[in-house]
Design a protein around this ligand. Structure first.
Ligand code: DC
Length: 429
């Protein structure tokens, strides 16, 4: 899997410089997407094609060859085999590049080229729409911003160093026009991605910007490593079974010292079932797992696995990590596999603690899997204050058959399960 860093923002925010440094620091392929639009613009100027000559532009797009290469740490841009690294920064190109990049056909072609350039590689991509359109699932998304005057000042100095002859006012007007145009594009408009980190570079140095982004990249890399570990199920073996049994005995003992556990009803000694319980405390899942003769594979929110001990316990008891803010297909597959293997699956349909109290709609996942796998649901009502030495009631109900519901009636099936759970929470002996 490739690692993608998206750096978006308007002209003059330091994107180019920052991207170049980060590319070297993290060994990422640096792709300047603006350069691809500049190449199309240069080729149009070379061939005398005007903005409104769409047919000619389409023809040009058919044959244009754009390459970005890194030589001696420097990014070089090639247009049809010619090194145009300097030429694409000219005043003439800068004047109309934003309009060229607004042409739908140009955008589609360039976006597809940019995606191809990044295929299977670890990249840092700089542009306007990388985090929102080109790679909406990029691992890191940064949006750099800065005051207009500051950006114009920077670009003016940069141009002078490169020998590009534009006055400060010309640069300012050009950036202003491009900003407006870039933000109002029909496709791939410049905007902040919802999940981007925004950094205002007006009064901070390049080094500070690089440091800030470096921290974000490092944290993401650690997260990815951890995620891999979390989602890799541990194989079952005799040693794991032995450790699980020992830990279960110790924890069950501690649990009984801490609370007076009252259990009614039971789980059939074999066969696949989904155990659905209300969720009132962090310790209620433990009451189900520890006082069950059989192993209960509980679905647990991914965040719990970030805790070292819970990570270890989660893997020992084959808990299934789930991402709560999205449809987690992988977690769903693991749940279905548990049922297929004739095991017990534990789920809190409330999705979160005290979901019912908070008036939240119960989740349909358990009902969906019960119907799909044709297994029964065992409702459980837990109640208690979970204060030290208080009573904790764990009431198992009769298995519920939800097979009469279709996949279109998940709400009704869930309601049936929840009604039973609620009834069982009221039972005290
Ligand atoms: O980053 P730059 O100034 O070289 O970009 C040149 C133009 O290309 C800019 O005005 C907007 C456009 N562009 C775009 O529309 N989408 C991108 N991903 C990158 C640049």
């Amino acid at each position: 899997m490739s690692f993608i860093v998206a750096i978006d923002g308007p002209a003059g925010t330091g994107k180019g410089t920052v991207t170049e440094i980060l590319a070297k620091k993290f060994n990422l392929l640096n792709i300047d997407t603006g350069a691809t639009y500049r190449c199309v613009t240069l080729e149009m100027l070379n061939k005398g094609i005007k903005l409104e000559e769409l047919d000619k532009i389409k023809d040009l797009l058919e044959t244009i060859q754009i390459d970005i290469k890194i030589e001696k740490g420097k990014q070089l841009v090639f247009l049809n085999g010619e090194d145009v690294t300097e030429k694409i920064r000219s005043k003439e190109v800068s004047e109309i590049v934003s309009q060229v990049s607004s042409i739908k056909e140009v955008r589609l072609k360039m976006v597809s080229l940019q995606r191809k350039m990044a295929e299977g590689k670890d990249v840092i991509m700089e542009g306007r729409d990388i985090g929102t359109y080109v790679f909406p699932t990029a691992d890191v998304k940064i949006y750099l911003d800065a005051d207009l005057e500051e950006r114009a000042k920077r670009r003016f100095t940069q141009n002078r160093e490169k020998g590009i002859n534009m006055s400060y006012i010309e640069v300012l007007e050009n950036i202003k026009r491009r900003d407006e145009n870039d933000k109002s594009k029909e496709l791939g408009a410049l905007k902040v991605a919802k999940d981007a980190d925004v950094i205002d570079t007006t009064s901070i140095s390049i080094r500070e910007v690089v440091n800030e982004i470096s921290e974000i990249i490092k944290k993401k890399k650690i997260d990815i490593k951890l995620q891999k570990k979390i989602y890799k199920p541990r194989k079952e073996n005799a040693w794991k079974k032995f450790v699980r049994k020992a830990i279960k005995t110790i924890l069950a003992g501690l649990y009984k010292i801490s609370f007076r556990v009252k259990i009614t009803g039971q789980v059939p000694s074999e066969g696949a079932y989904i155990i659905c319980s209300n969720h009132i405390n962090y310790l209620d899942a433990a009451a189900i797992v520890l006082f069950n003769k059989r192993k209960v594979n509980f679905v647990a929110k991914e965040d719990l696995f970030y805790h070292r001990i819970l990570f270890w316990l989660g893997h020992l008891f084959d808990a299934i990590p789930i991402k709560r803010d999205m449809q987690d297909i992988d977690a769903m597959k693991r749940c279905l596999k548990v049922l297929k293997n004739g095991e017990l699956l534990g789920i809190f349909p409330e999705g979160t603690r005290k979901g019912m109290e908070k008036n939240m709609k119960a989740k349909n996942g358990a009902a969906f899997m019960a119907i799909r796998s044709n297994v029964k649901v065992i409702p459980v009502g837990i109640h208690g204050t979970f204060k030290p030495f208080s009573k904790v009631y764990v009431n198992y109900g009769e298995p519920i058959d939800v097979s009469k519901y279709s996949k279109e009636q998940l709400d009704e099936a869930t309601e049936t399960i929840m009604n039973q759970i609620v009834m069982l929470t009221k039972k005290e002996d």
